[in-house]
Design a protein around this ligand. Structure first.
Ligand code: 13P
Length: 261
């Protein structure tokens, strides 16, 4: 059985004081998370202070991006090795905001996925269609292209070590989440592709998160779907109370994993 996973993507938010307060709030609200994995992904500048506050906690630290090289003349970039040094075990790769605003390509995303895996961290590979692509009936074609390109050249073991996130672009930051049925359809499709790219056993092991306007009041219904293994949370992860409530709403195979503590 896949352990559900909830990842907080703070995006470009959080002074050091805010990062400290938010991390402490989440840590205190989720004293003993059992049956669910929780990851906080602050901006690079706050990784150090969040790492200190998470020491001894079962919650993990993640980054929102990285370069694919270990070191070198890449002004402004952060390498996966630097993230390992700070205690990161997860890295979000291929977020739609980076694809859209910074022109990140599938090829670059594939190199990042490989670099993250090579250093023993877990990539959270994001895929998702725009509103226009959905309107044109291109949802499956889009996510399939992103998935195949993102995982290109990876062996079965590597594929089995990653996490996927389905984030429909039209649902990000809009307050309009995909319905559980809409998301479940795409998650099922992605798991089918994983079976084809690796094996059924590997595909059953990979966690596929849903992201896009996840809130305390929709997290339960979304993650009750058998192929939705957790959430990648943006805006709602900026409130400790809201994020804790989401984690407590996550269900797996219809069972709430973390009852109120
Ligand atoms: P929101 O939860 O703010 O819609 O953002 C989702 C997201 O992009 C997480 O990576």
């Amino acid at each position: 059985m896949r352990t559900p996973l909830v990842v907080a993507n703070w995006k470009m938010n959080g002074t050091l004081a805010e990062a400290r307060a938010l991390t402490a709030g989440v840590r205190d609200g989720l004293k003993r998370p059992r049956g669910v994995d929780v990851v906080l992904c602050p901006p690079f500048t706050a990784l150090g202070v969040v790492a200190e506050l998470l020491a001894g906690s079962p919650m993990a630290l993640g980054a929102q991006n990285c370069h694919w090289e270990t070191a070198g003349a890449f002004t402004g970039e952060i390498s996966p090795a630097m993230l390992v040094e700070l205690g990161c075990t997860y890295v979000i790769v291929g977020h739609s905001e980076r694809r859209r605003d910074l022109g990140e390509t599938d090829e670059q995303i594939n190199r990042k996925v490989r670099a993250v895996l090579a250093l023993g961290m877990t990539p959270v590979l994001c895929v998702g269609e725009t509103a226009e692509e959905r309107r044109q009936g291109l949802t499956f074609t889009t996510v399939e292209g992103q998935l195949r390109a993102g995982l290109a050249g990876l062996d079965h073991r590597a594929i089995g070590s990653g996490v996927l996130a389905y984030e429909p672009v039209w649902a990000i930051g809009t307050g309009v989440n995909a319905t559980p049925a809409q998301a479940a359809e795409v998650h099922g499709y992605l798991r089918g592709l994983l079976t084809e790219l690796a094996t059924k056993e590997v595909a059953q092991r990979v966690r596929i998160l849903y992201g896009g306007s996840v809130k305390p009041d929709n997290a339960g219904a979304l993650t009750a779907e058998p192929d939705i293994d957790g959430a990648l949370v943006g805006g709602a992860s900026l409130s400790a109370q809201g994020f804790v409530a989401i984690v407590k709403k996550v269900t797996h195979k219809g069972v709430t994993v973390l009852k109120g503590e």
